[in-house]
Each structure stands twice: as structure tokens, then as C-alpha cells.
Design a protein around this ligand. Structure first.
Ligand SMILES: N[C@@H](CCC(=O)N[C@@H](CS)C(=O)NCC(=O)O)C(=O)O
Length: 268
């Protein structure tokens, strides 16, 4: 069976999970502990980031490389159009989603954490004792803002990330006005990249991810509730309902001693 080495709360990993589900490929998730668990990832793939996909003896790192690999090896339900113009549009949109939407979404997550401490505790491993959870919940707002500064998310940066994200979601809503998917009648890699990269803007509501109930459907309120962006959120809900599957198998622990529940993401 395919093995996905991942962080449950990583949007790049979510992109690969969406793709695997769309293609109907069964896979086992292996949750990696940030830091120590990444040593195994380095040994396996020559780099430290997740997602990494293992298919027999093949090891593939990077969500885009994984998408190309899966389309080559499992051509049923293709992701990347073959017609040159649509192919270029698909790849440009995917790259934009990874680079621009994904990075702004990370900044917005930092801001959401500052506004609602549920986000912070939800990033803790599932076995974290209650007293530690309470301690984290009581971290003052100023301390969280400081961490945000450290991660390159000053209040100004968050403000412009919100503005850029609004503009992006508005354009995407416009693209979806007369067609069901970003490039026409069939979903492509562009749809799955955009859907995954907006995970931190609004966490999916269904039980697709191992998320605490308290943060499902939550995110950046202004962007979730803006009626102008409704076509975008309707499209994402439909994409999840039609293609994303609820987890089939329990999360397995990696050899390096990873936890079995969602673990914290590493915000660069
Ligand atoms: N370009 C990569 C980005 C992967 C990435 O940034 N992964 C993050 C998790 S969201 C990671 O592994 N961070 C840990 C680290 O950089 O040490 C892809 O598309 O897969």
C-alpha cells in the first residue's frame, strides 16, 4: 500500500491527500514528529520536508513531484491536462496556489491563533495532558503576537495577507461563475492545490482531517462570511464532498516515535 509521510495539519500534505482520494488510491498515513521525526524523512528522501510518498521502492518528496508521479504511474482520473494550453494554465495556477495562496494562508493562521486560543491548543498532540493544554491556552495574546513576528507575520504583514487573500478568493470566485472547476468541466491539479492551500483560511467542516471539533469550519471570519466569496467556498465544499474521503485507516506511528494524533505544524 502507498505510504504518506505527513503532518496532519500541513496544507501541502492535504494537497496530496486530496489527490490520492480523487484517484481512489488507498494509502496509509504516517504522522511525523516535527524535528526528530524529520531525521527519518531526511534519511529516506534526502530532504527534511513532508509530504513524502513511498510507493514500494520509490520515494517521492514534494507535493508537485508527487502529483506528477501519481499521474504517470496511475493515469486513471488524470490531474494534469495533456493539451498544452490547459496544461500550462493548470501548472501556473498550481504554482501560484503553493507559493502565494499557501504563504498568505500561513500568515492568516498565525493571526487566527492570536484571536482564538482554541487554535493553539488544537495544534498540540492528542495525548497532551489537560494541565499542559490549559497552560498553553493561558498564553497571553502579546506572546502569541511575538511568535507571529518571529515567523514573519507582523500586524502589517497579516493585514496585507488578508487583503491579498481576499483579492485571490474573489478572482477564483469569478473563475468559477460559469464552470464547475477552475479549468472547466473536470477537476485538475489546480483545483486540489487551491483547495488545500486555503485549508488554514477555513478548516473543512467534515471529518476529513483529524481535527478537534472546535476548529472545524473556523478560520479568518471576514473571508469566510463575505457573500462575495460564497462561490469559492461552495466550490471547495463541493470538491471535498465529492472527492475527499474520511480516513480509512488509523494513523500509524513512524519508527522515530511519532505521535498518533495530529501534531503541530512547523511554521517557517
Ligand atoms: N514545496 C513543498 C513544501 C513542503 C513544506 O513546506 N512542508 C512543510 C510542512 S507544511 C514542512 O515539512 N516543514 C518542516 C520543515 O521545513 O522543516 C511541497 O510542495 O511539498
Amino acid at each position: 500500500m502507498l505510504e504518506l509521510y505527513q503532518f496532519e495539519l500541513s496544507h501541502y500534505c492535504e494537497k496530496v491527500r486530496l489527490i490520492l482520494d480523487y484517484k481512489g488510491l488507498a494509502y496509509r498515513k504516517i504522522e511525523i514528529t516535527p524535528g526528530i521525526g524529520q531525521l527519518d524523512i531526511f534519511r529516506m528522501s534526502g530532504q527534511r520536508q513532508v509530504p513524502v510518498l513511498k510507493d514500494g521502492n520509490e520515494v517521492i518528496a514534494d507535493s508537485t513531484e508527487i502529483a506528477f508521479y501519481l499521474d504517470r504511474k496511475y493515469p486513471e482520473r488524470p490531474l494534469i491536462p495533456t493539451e498544452p494550453q490547459r496544461r500550462s494554465q493548470c501548472l501556473i495556477l498550481e504554482q501560484w496556489a503553493d507559493d502565494s495562496v499557501g504563504i498568505n494562508a500561513r500568515k492568516l493562521l498565525i493571526s487566527a491563533v492570536g484571536q482564538d486560543s482554541t487554535f493553539l491548543t488544537s495544534a498540540l498532540p492528542s495525548g497532551t495532558p489537560g494541565f499542559l493544554r490549559n497552560l498553553v491556552q493561558s498564553v497571553p495574546r502579546e506572546a502569541i503576537d511575538l511568535v507571529g513576528f518571529g515567523a514573519g507575520a507582523s500586524p502589517d504583514a497579516i493585514k496585507s495577507a488578508r487583503k491579498e487573500m481576499h483579492r485571490s478568493l474573489e478572482s477564483l470566485s469569478e473563475m468559477l461563475r460559469d464552470q464547475p472547476y477552475l479549468l472547466g468541466d473536470q477537476p485538475t491539479l489546480a483545483d486540489f492545490a487551491v483547495a488545500a492551500m486555503t485549508m488554514y483560511v477555513k478548516f473543512p467542516i467534515g471529518s476529513y482531517l483529524e481535527l478537534p471539533a472546535a476548529i472545524k469550519g473556523k478560520g479568518t471570519i471576514e473571508l469566510i462570511n463575505d457573500p462575495l466569496l460564497k462561490p469559492f467556498w461552495d466550490w471547495r465544499d463541493r470538491l471535498y464532498a465529492d472527492f475527499r474521503k474520511a480516513p480509512l485507516t488509523a494513523t500509524a506511528g513512524a519508527t522515530s516515535g511519532s505521535s498518533s494524533g495530529p501534531t503541530s505544524i512547523n511554521i517557517d
